[in-house]
Design a binder for this molecule. Structure first.
Ligand SMILES: [Zn+2]
Length: 387
């Protein structure tokens, strides 16, 4: 079979993957999770003679790890993609792949069963050409990227330290841009503490919601300041928004408690620590203005932003391979959303994000450009086969 036939299989594989519900159970209680899709890929690759195993990262949740080893020594390269998808509520037929005018519709078509299909068909072609392959290619098709990235975290934790990766490609949809950066984020919680009292007795009560108002005012100023400062040439500036607020118990009482949850999007070089000290400074300022203000804040969850130097040899080589294939479409780029590339890069693996064109990530109508699947598989294959 010519290698092109393997690339062409990517469309059928993507359709098979869309048919399997793999909504992240952390996002929707009782959702299917990654077990069925992981088992499907495991059996599919094993039938093709590829070394593959399942990795249980949590009860009933799986990564699939597959390896194609060339006959010659060379670099060890990781292809990373996630098996889970976001919710499907409101979608019509989310698990029925529908090819229409060159677009493949269905939940996960672009984010990122398309990317997994690309990796699988590239792997089939590499297996077929093992005699000419130098080095080792590992596919980590992982669980839980859409929530806490347990899959990639587990994979990195359990990967043997004496087998370091030289490079990784995360196959998230980038519209064919060789993406070298994305933002990070932090979820924070602020609590203010007042004193409950009857609404007719202002001297007895301390209003926790109004205290939060003072903090919100400072967060607003903080966000305006963030917007003024371009920290990163592609990603621009950090930002924040209030996400959820609650407090108070009844109409005619002073509220003794208020809670605000907000999100801070970060750009390099900002980290969790930047955000932590930023909110502490804000609280200090509020306390100086109002001695009655009692508040505490903490970072509940944070993921760092990602960036890589485009001049690194592997990155440059990948760009050239992709650009040769798509001289008009391929360019350097970045993505706004967070990806597992940040975890890989924190683990010391030089990584890029690259994947097909499409639209509708996380929305009701999601599609991937069908012809990009085989093209991207060919790009990945050519990159990995070239010395
Ligand atoms: Zn994704």
């Amino acid at each position: 079979m010519s290698v092109q036939n393997y690339f062409n299989k990517s469309l059928d594989i993507a359709c098979d993957l869309i048919r399997i519900d793999s909504v992240n159970p952390g996002l929707k209680k009782g959702a299917a999770g990654e077990k069925e899709i992981a088992k499907f890929i495991f059996h599919f690759l094993r039938k093709e003679g590829i070394t593959v195993h399942l990795q249980e990262i949590a009860p009933e949740r799986f990564n699939v790890i597959a390896t194609v080893k060339g006959l010659q020594p060379g670099p060890r390269i990781l292809l990373n993609g996630h098996l889970d998808t976001v919710n499907v509520s409101g979608m019509q037929d989310p698990f029925i792949p529908n090819l229409h005018k060159g677009k493949l519709f269905g939940r996960g078509s672009q984010d990122m069963k398309g990317g997994i299909a690309i990796a699988i068909s590239a792997l089939l072609a590499l297996q077929n050409q093992r005699n000419n392959l130098t080095g080792e290619i590992i596919l980590a098709a992982v669980a839980d990227e859409e929530e806490l990235s347990l899959g990639t975290s587990y994979f990195l934790k359990h990967w043997p330290k004496n087998k370091p990766f030289d490079f990784a490609i995360v196959l998230e949809p980038t519209d064919l841009q060789v993406s070298t950066a994305h933002k990070g984020f932090a979820w924070l919680e602020i609590k203010t503490f007042g004193k409950a009292a009857h609404g007719s007795r202002p001297k007895d009560g301390i209003d926790a919601i109004r205290m939060m108002g003072e903090i919100l005012r400072e967060l607003d100023i903080c966000d305006q300041n963030l917007q003024q400062e371009i920290l990163h040439p592609q990603l621009g500036c950090g930002s924040l928004h209030a996400s959820l607020i609650s407090g108070g118990s009844q109409w005619s009482s002073y509220p003794d408690f208020c809670q605000l949850k907000y999100e801070r999007r970060t750009v390099p070089p900002e980290t969790k620590f930047t955000v932590e000290s930023e909110i502490q400074l804000i609280l200090d300022k509020c306390r100086r203005k109002n001695s009655l203000l009692k508040a505490e804040a903490r970072v509940i969850y944070a993921r760092n932003p990602f960036e890589i130097d485009p001049d690194l040899k592997m990155v440059h080589k990948f760009y050239q391979t992709a650009h040769r294939h798509f001289p008009k479409e391929v360019d350097w780029g970045w993505v706004s959303f967070w990806t597992d590339a940040a975890l890989l890069s924190m683990a010391g693996i030089p990584s890029i994000v690259f994947g097909p064109r499409g639209s509708g990530l996380h929305s009701l109508e999601e599609y991937v450009v069908a012809s990009d699947l085989s093209s991207c598989a060919e790009i990945i294959f050519n990159f990995l086969m070239e010395d």
